[in-house]
Design a protein around this ligand. Sequence first.
Ligand SMILES: [Zn+2]
Length: 220
Amino acid sequence: MNKDLIENIGDNHISTNIETPLLPNAFDKSDDEKIENIKHHFAKIMEELGLDLTDDSLSGTPYRFAKMYVKELFYGLNPKNKPKLSVFENKYKYKKMLVEQNITIDSSCEHHFLPITGHAHIAYIPKDKVIGLSKINRLVDYYAHRPQVQERLSLQILKDLQAVLNTKDVIVMISAKHLCVSSRGIKDKDSFTTTIEYDGAFNNELQRNEFFGIVNNSST
Ligand SMILES: [Zn+2]
């Protein structure tokens, strides 16, 4: 790929796939092996930048960096870390919209590996199943902890909730700041990006507006 195209894909945040592109052997190695290998490669990057790794402050950085990537920032790449989305019978026969809002988004842009931070607001209309509220937060956290594109993150959350709740009536809205927009490139400190994915009853404008009304008037 030529360098102009590489920059173009990054600056326009173009995603090519709903699924996170993973190698078939992505998880053949253990986390510890990955940390050891990434530590080695990141030390090389630091040295290439001209840093002296014998300095006490820098010597542990390659290990800290590798552990942070595998265990924290990108733990959501590995399906074994996916939260169990237990659902319950809708005993109350609650058939109205349920909104879970201000869910923290801590993610990273896959084009620049810089933070994406913001909030997700999610609603669904239960049929026969309901989900534990914290499970929605955990699912968001899981998919956010991958190298991401905001549009894909919204869709991955939507698809999983639709599948587990056995309904299309789900809406996922994410508003987030991208450090790759605020700290490099155009360096716009104030702009943020909103994505909205929905289906089913939320194709109806009235239903969407009810959701937006709750999200916009929230003071918590
Ligand atoms: Zn980016």
